[in-house]
Design a binder for this molecule. Sequence first.
Ligand code: LLP
Length: 422
Amino acid sequence: MEHFIYRDGILHAEDVSLVEIAAKVGTPFYVYSTATLQRHYQVFDEALSGMEHFICYAMKANSNMAVLRIMAEMGAGMDVVSGGEYARAIAAGVPGEHIVFSGVGKTREEMAAALRGGIRQFNIESEPEMHVLNEVALSLGTVAPITVRVNPDVDAKTHAKIATGKSENKFGIPIAKARAVYAEAANLKGLEVVGIDVHIGSQLTDLTPYENAFNKVAELTELLREDGHNIRRLDLGGGLGIPYERSNEAPPLPIEYGEVIRRTVGHLSCEIEIEPGRLIAGNAGLLVATVVYRKEGEGRDFLIVDAAMNDLIRPAMYDAHHDIVAVVEPEVGVEPVPYDIVGPVCETGDTFAKERNIPPMEAGDLMAFRSAGAYGAVMASEYNSRPLIPEVLVKDDQFAVVRARPTYEEMINRDTIPYWMT
Ligand code: LLP
């Protein structure tokens, strides 16, 4: 069910009018739908039904505390990639035993914090990291549960900047080396092998790369078991894509992804773990902005809006497409017109869309960028001294600001002048 729909000609998030939020909060802002977040979690849960499974939300997609609380209340674990994300998961009430620690550059401090606070497993990405974790665990008198992230050398067929499963990528250890690395792990007293981890990329719109990677993991599971390792958990990563361009994209559904999992690794009696981020949060959020100026250019009209690349960097960074809609529904029969939709930042890259057909707009009109709930607010910066924009959560007919817009003063006062200059 879609939770961002027009009612009486105004785009709503659940039962709340975006015009009303804009009037209270000011634009630009992000808005998230509780019902959509919950539904996306459930869809994965159903897709894996019949197999022992655990969903670890990849909070890098959207780590707002309110979003994390919703996920925690649904029973989700968390996939974290930094000490900061670990701290957020704990603060959101997620038990340490539900937190998986991924990432290629975990520091000793991050490892120690997670070992002290409780951890489900560390996904180890290199031999040096494995030895450091062993040392840290021994120094704390504990044992760290681990999987080794294997790099299956499959092409995820996604944007090069978010593909992770090819041998030239920095992630994981080559699958051909896995037996040797597991043998080494088994000799380290501070580590306990619990399973295997794989993650091949993000925004996957084809299931074949998953099928190939999971088949390789199944084969490796059997080999490692023959070698005497207790492989009881398979972390299959995240990455399932979402439709960004609704008129011509229909990526596979979680239920079909679940079938691939069942087919490839379902017979191994392992607990299946997945780490979805984008599919949970992406289409649960919009970025709402106001047109500041309509500027007639040569051969094209620009809509200059009050959101910019610092608020939503995906178009500038990955040439990503976000559907853009008018908040006030156009009258029947009004033809869309092409615009270049740009932000106010002093860079040509601050362009959200080129020659995009949308309803005619003028200064003061509101527009919404769809599919902005994942990798939107979390990737924002204050470039051009534009304060981070607020995030708003809707539930039924209620809404609340879940991150406030800092004042200029608050933004400025985070800097300090050295004592010798005062
Ligand atoms: N697990 C691991 C180990 C990951 O590296 C990632 C994403 C995920 C899970 C979650 O993947 P998802 O289900 O969200 O696709 N900023 C980029 C996306 C970067 C993804 C990085 N890793 C974007 O805006 O498209």
